[in-house]
Design a protein around this ligand. Structure first.
Ligand code: PCA
Length: 325
């Protein structure tokens, strides 16, 4: 018995000895389901950091809002309850209009334009986040946003009174301007919301509809390509400044890879998920000309409202984006 105990003690010592001097575990809350491409990219990023730092920093992802709900993730990281995490950038539009730069209807409607708009906005966003004790690591767009409905809709007038699931200020405003009734619900909870009739429509990507199997409740997806909102991964700035230069370089390298892979996945996932919606039994196609034109008019109103709310800095972002066209 004595022999066994000392053997165990020796093994334990050896195990401790191979662990890096300052091993840290970073829990990484994420809002979307594990099967979603953002979550898959985050899981690979986490592995890359764990391997690249030789285990000195081990990142463990927690998808589906399981550690913190989407709406609480940023605050959790700001206050150090979690060192790192992922969130929808425009989810913070209620704090500062600049966060909504990527949810302006019909401003940037393709992956290329979305990238240009991101490059124009990135310095302002980095500054804004830095003021909140947050360091931006990487950001990846969602596929283009379209409209989901239970019943066929061919004009804005037909939207009146429909219960609409929103995910940020812009989507709530879109609902108001189309006469719909917005209710904010996290993506992780939409399947239930649609099944129970809490909502009968939303604006989102084919990706989210596919991930949440919305064909069980909804029947139409109109490819409006209204905008491409972004998710971003942030780290608490105090935590970040405590990281060694060598490990910072590893994390930045992994973040660059993740951004590249995430962009690639988003593009690949666009067609794949629209086909998935069709296979699930949904009608997938462009909106009628009338509905498209009416939505574009609403887009002009929302662009003007955003420019007013976001001030000179917002205008500079849109001007820089337009001059790059
Ligand atoms: N899916 C997320 C945000 C944008 C998207 O395509 C959602 O619906 O919550």
């Amino acid at each position: 018995m004595r022999k066994l105990t000392s053997l165990l003690a020796a093994t334990a010592l050896t195990a401790t000895a191979v662990l890096p001097a300052a091993a840290e575990k970073w829990d990484m809350p994420m809002a979307y389901s594990a099967s979603n491409f953002h979550s898959a990219t985050g899981a690979e990023f986490a592995k890359c950091v764990t391997t690249g730092t030789g285990g000195e920093i081990e990142i463990v992802t927690h998808p589906s809002g399981s550690l913190f709900k989407g709406a609480d993730i940023k605050r959790a990281i700001q206050t150090g309850q979690a060192p790192i995490g992922e969130r929808l950038l425009s989810g913070h539009q209620n704090e500062n209009a600049l966060f909504g730069f990527d949810s302006i209807p019909f401003l940037a409607t393709s992956f290329d334009d979305s990238e240009k708009l991101w490059q124009a906005a990135k310095p302002s966003l980095e500054k804004l986040l830095a003021e909140q004790n947050l360091t931006l690591l990487y950001a990846v767009p969602w596929p283009p946003q379209g409209l989901y409905f239970k019943d066929e809709v061919n004009s804005v007038a037909e939207m009146k009174g429909i219960k609409f699931r929103s995910y940020n200020n812009a989507t709530s405003r879109l609902a108001e301007l189309t006469g719909m009734l917005p209710v904010t619900i996290e993506a992780a909870e939409i399947s239930q919301a649609f099944a129970t009739g809490v909502a009968d429509s939303m604006v989102s990507s084919g990706s989210t509809g596919y991930d949440r199997k919305v064909w069980e409740s909804l029947n139409y997806f109109y490819e409006v390509d209204a905008w491409l909102p972004r998710n971003y991964v942030m780290v608490n700035s105090d935590v970040w400044s405590g990281v060694s230069d060598a490990n910072k370089n590893v994390i930045k390298g992994c973040a660059e890879l993740a951004e590249y892979a995430g962009n690639w996945r988003a593009k690949e996932y666009t067609g794949f998920t629209l086909q998935g919606l069709r296979d699930g039994g949904m009608n997938v196609g462009p909106a009628s000309e009338q509905m498209t034109n009416e939505l574009k008019e609403i887009g002009v109103t929302m662009t003007n409202e955003w420019l007013e709310a976001a001030g000179d800095e917002g205008k500079a972002i849109v001007d820089a984006f337009n001059s790059d066209q």
